[in-house]
Design a binder for this molecule. Structure first.
Ligand code: NAD
Ligand code: ZN
Length: 352
């Protein structure tokens, strides 16, 4: 078992991240008396519920199940959840337990931040992506008006319980999605980068992945502690995401993690065009991305660039803001004129 603490200036002051097995049958069972005293509810999705319903039901707490999938990360799901929380008589001292992947975590976290102006949330991430990334750091959101994560809030979970046993039921494609964020962390942290390169043949091995989850949480937690509300440094976690989010909106069949990998691949090449970079390092990073990513590497550059213009991170009209890798463990923020960004995406796509 490993435990991390995120100490923040904002409320609640501390988020505790615990990496351990048997979260449903042991950790939450141990927490039950306290949870029941204050009132608690489990929020999950249809896939996770059908896989783990025996253990979920054994906790004997009210449960709200959303349909699985990003297309349900909507205001309708959020409002239905809030209604269920009201009907379950949750109070200010109650806790919402978000048990699922990044979608459940994002919607659940947002509902917890809104209900009675904010109640406690425990994140129990069940995908690799959610364990290494989305459950840590307090960002919550729903997609709105065709824009990803347009409505959201910062709401730190009181606890995150990361249990590698959940990976046993994950389809291999979900492992690739999580690897998208892991490779992103590796682009920010030289030690993790070396470890992934040295273990390229084990990247889909559950034992290896379980071993590197705490390391990934530590990398993200350290950045979040320094900049909880993303006023500067935390922007580095958007590596690959400006282009990745735009691809996600155009290529509905690709998942978030796959789009991040694709975005990282393109932004890696954009970095070489505009900045002084370590070419050998960026070659190695690209080869790592290609080890994980399969399928077509091209997309509609015009459409993606148009969508990237609406990204929340852009600060000036007509420009696209990117966080790009430059050297081992180093990154830079880059602002590009829209026309240069479209041109770069098109040319890189042709050259691939
Ligand atoms: N808040 C943040 O900081 C942050 C960071 C990264 C990503 N995100 C968000 O996270 C979402 C993506 O998360 P995700 O990839 O976990 O997607 P997801 O929540 O849709 O889960 C992927 C699929 O796996 C299923 N699943 C979950 N756990 C399972 C298990 N243990 N066994 C079998 N199937 C399981 C789900 O039902 C779903 O079908 C996106 O909406 C993205 O915007 C948020
Ligand atoms: Zn992401």
């Amino acid at each position: 078992m490993r435990t991390f603490h995120i100490n923040l200036k904002s409320t609640p002051k501390r988020s505790v991240i615990v990496c351990r097995r048997n979260v449903l049958s042991k950790q939450l069972k141990e927490d039950l008396p306290r949870l029941k005293a204050g009132g608690a509810m489990i929020f999950t999705d249809s896939n996770v519920f059908s896989l783990y319903q025996r253990k979920i039901k054994a906790l004997d707490l009210p449960v709200f199940v959303m349909p699985a999938g990003e297309e349900y990360k909507t205001e309708q799901t959020l409002l239905a959840l809030l209604k269920a929380m009201a009907e379950a008589d949750l109070r200010r001292c109650s806790t919402l337990i978000a048990l699922g992947g990044g979608v459940v975590g994002d919607v659940g976290g947002l509902a917890a931040s809104l209900f009675m102006r904010g109640i406690s949330c425990i994140q129990v991430p069940t995908t690799l992506l959610a364990q290494v990334d989305s459950s840590v750091g307090g960002k919550t959101a729903i997609d709105f008006c065709g824009v990803k994560n347009l409505i959201g809030a910062f709401h730190q979970p009181v606890y995150v319980y990361a249990d590698p046993d959940f990976f046993k039921t994950l389809p291999p494609r979900e492992l690739r999605c999580g690897l998208g964020e892991i490779v992103k962390h590796a682009a920010l942290n030289g030690t993790l980068f070396d470890k992934l390169l040295a273990n390229r043949d084990k990247l889909f091995d559950l034992g290896f992945l379980s071993e590197i989850v705490p390391e990934n949480i530590a990398i993200k937690a350290e950045i979040v502690c320094k900049d909880p509300n993303e006023t500067g440094l935390r922007g580095c976690l958007n590596l690959g995401h400006t282009t990745g989010h735009a691809i996600e909106l155009t290529q509905k069949e690709l998942s978030h993690g796959e789009c991040v990998l694709l975005g990282l691949l393109y932004e890696n090449r954009i970095a070489r065009r505009y900045l002084a970079t370590d070419e050998a390092y960026l070659d190695a990073l690209e080869s790592l991305i290609r080890t994980v990513l399969v399928g077509d590497l091209r997309f509609d550059a015009e459409e993606a660039a148009r969508l990237a213009l609406h990204d929340k991170k852009n600060t000036a009209e007509g420009t696209v803001s990117l966080a790009v890798p430059t050297r081992r463990g180093e990154f830079a923020f880059l602002k590009l004129e829209y026309s240069n960004y479209v041109k770069a995406l098109k040319e890189i796509g042709k050259a691939l």
